[in-house]
Write a protein that binds this ligand. Sequence first.
Ligand code: MG
Length: 161
Amino acid sequence: MLDIRVGNGFDVHAFAEGNEITLCGLKIPFSKKLLGHSDADVGLHAITDALYGAIASGDIGTHFPPSDNAWKNVASEVFLKHAVQLVEELGFKINNIDCTIICEQPKIGPLSNQMKTSVSKIMDLDINRISLKATTSEKLGFTGREEGIAALATATVCKFE
Ligand code: MG
């Protein structure tokens, strides 16, 4: 029997004064930074939670509590690699990832190929199995007011039993 699981992930980080953000593992020069306990990589956090969701194994906060100073300023690829490893330990293969970044700025379109390459390297997953999309919220809400970035991700994993 083919056991197919789907998980979703959602994350938000607020902007603060700064000059660079990290998005999907890519460092992007920008007029602000993202606030967070780790490097606040909202894209990688959403993908990580989608993987944990697919295998019903908690969330990023369960595995890496923000109260634990060991994870302060850590690169979020550490979280994503942990989720990938957990998926594999349970005998699943990652089929595909679909991630949507929601913000007015920076413009994601010109960066999306670099971001996909980055996610592909971190996950050791073929780039053709990774989708990275972007949208705005039409100037509405906190993303519309450019107060932060939101990200939404879906992951599908499968195994033969
Ligand atoms: Mg987060």
